[in-house]
Structures are given as structure tokens and as C-alpha cells.
Design a binder for this molecule. Structure first.
Ligand SMILES: C[S@@+](CC[C@H](N)C(=O)[O-])C[C@H]1O[C@@H](n2cnc3c(N)ncnc32)[C@H](O)[C@@H]1O
Length: 366
């Protein structure tokens, strides 16, 4: 438990040496505070537990406070991060280990967190994941190093894919936007490598959509110009790999689809042609256009489903969720990008004006 910042009820009870029922009673009396996950589960921050312990000296001591004191004092500086309740940075950490609810309105949640570490999303609760992870192509992100050795990049990929697998329902789907291949710094078939890893962690393969971005920058690298000695071949496309957990046939959710006949006919053809998004216009170094998550959402999920983007960036997936009446959860490690996503939801998505009638649909599978 050492170094933990967010606790489930069971963990908090173990930590304090009291029963979960006592925690519920304490919460009811206002002695300890919690936040709720999208699925309604309680989460207790380290700060609220500390506050309880401080104040409890004035009324009723917990059964085993010494256990907590020992652990609390041994929390290392590098493990201390943002606190979920007051949004203040409490200690500067070299590696950000941030875990906080940054924004929540109606059916949209943004967590400013490292996806690998966040505990805010329940297992088996997600209907659809739509995401574009970092591609490891030296993009200058604020908080992520996009220049890992290829082997390290694949290890990172395995870790976050395994987490995605845990979070989706058994009939959950996954639309994974990745490059087809990588040319700089040694040629690699990124799409094949990542798909293999996805299968290793348990995902089943369904199909691949080719996204033709139509914005081919002027080519300068030909390898060997007009010669067969060593020419380069570059496909100016990205892919969206479609995966699922256990059953392709979707049985959970409202059963209500909102895709039109025209959209269905067009989008089930696995070559998609639409423009990429402007980095400058959005203010993020690698956004995808809202059209991409919107198509995935309408094609692969029902109205009222819960969609997750573990690498939220500028919030495009959540904008698509707003447009399509899906619950949306986004996780983003960089606080400035979270703020950008929030701003886009307010300006482009007009979230403040919306009165959404979508029921929360994130309860765990039975
Ligand atoms: C390719 S961008 C996603 C762009 C997004 N689709 C959009 O439309 O703006 C990848 C994002 O992942 C974020 N990121 C990198 N590592 C992360 C991690 N461990 N947890 C959460 N977010 C992370 C980066 O800060 C970056 O914003």
C-alpha cells in the first residue's frame, strides 16, 4: 500500500485497520470524504485519509493508527503527486504520477493521470476504447518522451494494452489508431508488432481499417532516385486496428444504433478517406480529427455506451462522445492538454449549454 494515493474502500479499511462498514458510517457522518468513479464506486485520496487521521485525534481514534503513520512517513517524495481534491501540486516529482479527476460534467470525465497507474476506471466497465497512443516518432509532447528505444516502446505498449484488456467488458471493442510502419531510425512494421502484442495480452483480432489522411507532405527521401539499388516505399496512411475482448457480437448496452444507412455503407468499406487535423489549429502536437472517433463510436457502440480514450490529448474522442450521446472517459498525463480538452468541450462541444439525458451506463457487468 506504500506510496498509494488513491484507495478503494477495501484498501482504505485495511489501511486504517477498521471495517468497510465503519468507513461507510464515517463517510455518512462527514468524518471522511470520498469521490466517485464513473461507475459510482468510492475512492479515498491519501489526503482525505490523512485529514481524517488528524481530526480523529479529537474524537475517536481509529483502531490501528500506527500502521498508517508508518506508511505515510515512508512515502517518498518522488511518489507524491497531485491531490484529487484540491488540484494543488503538493510535491514536485521528477516522473509525474498524477491521479486526479480534472473535469467532470454530465457524462464526460477527464482524468489527469498516467494511464498505467490510474485506478479510477473499473475493470470490465468499458464498451469501447478509441485511442491513438504516442507513436514514438520524436513528437515533442509536454510530458511524454517520444524517443524510446523500439524494444522499450513495445514493452510500454504491452503494459498499457494489458490494462485496456482488463478495463473492457467481455463484448467490448477496441479501435486502435497506429502507424502502419516506421521508417526513421530503422524500418519496423509497427502495426504488425503492436497487433501481435495485443493478441498476446488477450485481445482477439477483427479487422483493420486503412485511414488515408490525404495530406501527403512533399517527399524528399527517395532512397535511390530512379534506381533499383535502394529505393524507399512509403505508404502515406495510418491504420485503425479493430480488436475485441471475448465475443464480437455485442449483447450489453442499450441496443440502440444511431448510424445512418449511408454512413454504414460507406464506413464498412475499410478504406477511410478524410483529412488529418491541423496541429496548429488545435494546439496539440498530434491530434486526430473528431471524424475518426466519431466513425468508430457510431459503427462499434450503442447510444449510451461508455467510451474510453487512455491517451486523450486534446480531447477529440470526448468531443465525439458528446456529439453521439455516449459516456466518455479520457485519461491524459499532461495537465495542459487536459485544460485544452476541457476548453474544446466548452467551446466546440458547448458542454456547458447541453443538458444531456444519457443515463450513466458504466456499471460493472453482471
Ligand atoms: C497521439 S497523442 C493523442 C492525441 C489525441 N488523439 C487527440 O486527438 O488530441 C498521445 C497523447 O498521450 C499522452 N500520453 C503519453 N503517455 C501517457 C500516459 N502514460 N498516460 C496518459 N497519457 C499519456 C500524451 O501527452 C499525448 O497527449
Amino acid at each position: 500500500m506504500e506510496g498509494k494515493l488513491i484507495f478503494t474502500t477495501k484498501e482504505a479499511s485495511k489501511f486504517l485497520g477498521i471495517s468497510t462498514a465503519t468507513i461507510y458510517r464515517m463517510e455518512k457522518k462527514g468524518l471522511i470524504s470520498s469521490t466517485r468513479t464513473p461507475g459510482g464506486q468510492r475512492r479515498f485520496s491519501k489526503k482525505s485519509i490523512e485529514k481524517y487521521l488528524r481530526e480523529s485525534q479529537n474524537f475517536e481514534a481509529p483502531q490501528n493508527p500506527s500502521r498508517y503513520k508508518k506508511s505515510a512517513s515512508s512515502i517518498k517524495e518522488s511518489e507524491a503527486v497531485y491531490d484529487i481534491e484540491d488540484k494543488e501540486r503538493v510535491v514536485t516529482a521528477k516522473t509525474p504520477q498524477i491521479d486526479e479527476l480534472f473535469f467532470h460534467r454530465d457524462s464526460i470525465w477527464i482524468y489527469n493521470a498516467d494511464f498505467l497507474r490510474t485506478e479510477n476506471i473499473e475493470d470490465n466497465s468499458i464498451d469501447l476504447i478509441v485511442t491513438s497512443p504516442p507513436y514514438n516518432v520524436d513528437i515533442k509532447y509536454n510530458s511524454h518522451d517520444d524517443t524510446m528505444a523500439y524494444e522499450d516502446y513495445l514493452s510500454f505498449t504491452k503494459e498499457w494494452l494489458a490494462k485496456c484488456y482488463k478495463l473492457i467488458k467481455s463484448d467490448g471493442r477496441f479501435c486502435l489508431n497506429i502507424p502502419l510502419d516506421k521508417n526513421k531510425g530503422g524500418q519496423q512494421c509497427v502495426c504488425a508488432d503492436i497487433t501481435t502484442i495485443a493478441k498476446q495480452v488477450g485481445f482477439k483480432y477483427h479487422s483493420t481499417i486503412i485511414w488515408n489522411e490525404q495530406n501527403i507532405s512533399r517527399r524528399t527521401a527517395w532512397g535511390s532516385w530512379l534506381s533499383a539499388s535502394a529505393p524507399y516505399v512509403i505508404a502515406p496512411v495510418e491504420v485503425i486496428v479493430i480488436l475485441y475482448k471475448k465475443n464480437w457480437k455485442k449483447t450489453s448496452g442499450s441496443g440502440k444504433s444511431d448510424i445512418t444507412r449511408k454512413e454504414f455503407m460507406e464506413w464498412t468499406n475499410g478504406v477511410w478517406n478524410f483529412m488529418g487535423e491541423s496541429k496548429k489549429r488545435i494546439g496539440h502536437p498530434a491530434p486526430f480529427p473528431v471524424e475518426l472517433p466519431k466513425r468508430c463510436i457510431k459503427l462499434f457502440s450503442f447510444v449510451g455506451d461508455t467510451v474510453l480514450d487512455p491517451f486523450l490529448g486534446s480531447g477529440s474522442t470526448l468531443l465525439a462522445c458528446l456529439q453521439t450521446e455516449r459516456n466518455g472517459i479520457g485519461v491524459e498525463i499532461d495537465k495542459k492538454y487536459c485544460a485544452l480538452a476541457e476548453k474544446r468541450l466548452i467551446t466546440e462541444g458547448q458542454i456547458n449549454q447541453l443538458k444531456l439525458s444519457v443515463p450513466l451506463h458504466v456499471a460493472q457487468e453482471s
